[in-house]
Design a protein around this ligand. Structure first.
Ligand SMILES: Nc1ncnc2c1ncn2[C@@H]1O[C@H](COP(=O)(O)OP(=O)(O)O)[C@@H](O)[C@H]1O
Ligand SMILES: [Mg+2]
Length: 269
C-alpha cells in the first residue's frame, strides 16, 4: 500500500512547528529507517500515518485514503503503530487479551484471530507468557507484547517507534527477525531508530530528519555515507562506515562484508 505525503506541516497547539514542508513517497513493501536528533519531528511524522495527528497543512495519503477524512479506528486496519513507550499502548489484563484486542476490534472471524495472535506471540516469543499481566513483565517483554499486539492486526504498513531503545542484544535480534519476517510478507516497515547499526543492518532505505525537515532520503549506503549532513542532526554513521571513509576505501560500506570487499578491491595497496 502506497504512502504519499505532500508538503506536510504540523504545528502543535503550543506553537511548536514540528514539521516543515515534508514531502515523501513510500512504496508498498519498502523497509525504511528514520533517523535524526531528538525533537527533529520523527514521531510527529509517523503519527500522521495512522491519523493520531492530522496535518496543519498538506496532505497525507495512505493508499487511496486521505487521512483527514478517516478516523483513527479506520486507519488502524491499514497502519499498525508500535509506540516507543509500551505503557502508552497496553491496557489489557493478560498478554493474550492484549494481543487479541486489535484483530477482534478489526472484526476478523474467530479462526483468523486465533491464527494471527498465535503467530504474533510466537514471533515475539511471548507464547509462554500469555496468561501474564503485561504490567508484571519487564520492559523488554512489555515491548514484545506491544509489538505482538500490532503484528496480530496484519496491517499492510507497520511502524516501529524506537523499537530497540533499552532492549538487550537478544531482544534486538528478535526485533530484527520480526522486521525480516514483515519484509518477506511484502509489508511496508517504517522504523524510527537511534541505533545506527540496527539501521544499517536491517533497512534498505534511510531518511534523516532535522528540525522538522527531511535532510536526506535514499539507499542506506548513500545516506549513511553523508557524514557531514548526518552530524548536523547528531547522527554518527556506523563505525565501519566511518572507518571506511577515514581509510578512503572505494564506495561507502555499511557492514562487515562490504568493508572486507572494499579493502580487498582497494587498488592503492
Ligand atoms: N504533544 C506535543 N505538544 C507540543 N509539542 C510537541 C508534542 N510532541 C512533540 N512536540 C514537539 O515537536 C517537536 C518534534 O517532536 P517529535 O516528533 O517527538 O520528535 P522526535 O520523535 O524526532 O524526537 C519537538 O520540538 C517536540 O518538543
Ligand atoms: Mg520520537
Amino acid at each position: 500500500m502506497q504512502i504519499t505525503i505532500t508538503d506536510l506541516n504540523h504545528t502543535y497547539p503550543s506553537g511548536v512547528q514540528a514539521l516543515r514542508g515534508v514531502s515523501l513517497a513510500i512504496n508498498a513493501g519498502e523497509d525504511v529507517a528514520i533517523v535524526g536528533q531528538n525533537g527533529s519531528g520523527k514521531t510527529t511524522l509517523v503519527k500522521h500515518l495512522n491519523g493520531l495527528l492530522k496535518p496543519t497543512s498538506g496532505v497525507v495519503m495512505v493508499g487511496d485514503w486521505d487521512t483527514r477524512d478517516r478516523a483513527v479506528s479506520a486507519l488502524a486496519a491499514r497502519v499498525g503503530y508500535v509506540f516507543q513507550n509500551p505503557d502508552e499502548q497496553l491496557f489489557c489484563r493478560t498478554v493474550a487479551d492484549e494481543v487479541a484486542f486489535g484483530p477482534k476490534n478489526l472484526g476478523f472471524e474467530a479462526g483468523k484471530i486465533e491464527q494471527l495472535t498465535a503467530e504474533a506471540m510466537s514471533l515475539t516469543e511471548i507464547q509462554n507468557r500469555r496468561e501474564a499481566n503485561p504490567y508484571d513483565l519487564s520492559s523488554t517483554w512489555r515491548k514484545m507484547v506491544a509489538l505482538a499486539s500490532v503484528l496480530a492486526m496484519d496491517t499492510p504498513i507497520v511502524i516501529l517507534d524506537e523499537p530497540t531503545t533499552g532492549q538487550d542484544a537478544a531482544s534486538v535480534a528478535r526485533i530484527a527477525r520480526v522486521v525480516a519476517w514483515l519484509r518477506e510478507r511484502g509489508k511496508t516497515v517504517i522504523a524510527i531508530t537511534h541505533d545506527i547499526d540496527f539501521c544499517a543492518e536491517n533497512f534498505s532505505r534511510v531518511i534523516a530528519m532535522g528540525q522538522g525537515r527531511l535532510l536526506l532520503d535514499g539507499p542506506a549506503a548513500e545516506v549513511l555515507g553523508e557524514e557531514e549532513t548526518l552530524a548536523s542532526t547528531y547522527v554518527d554513521p556506523p563505525q565501519l562506515t566511518r572507518l571506511g571513509l577515514a581509510l578512503r576505501l572505494p564506495g561507502v560500506v555499511i557492514n562487515e562484508a562490504q568493508f572486507l570487499q572494499a579493502l580487498k578491491s582497494d587498488k592503492r595497496k
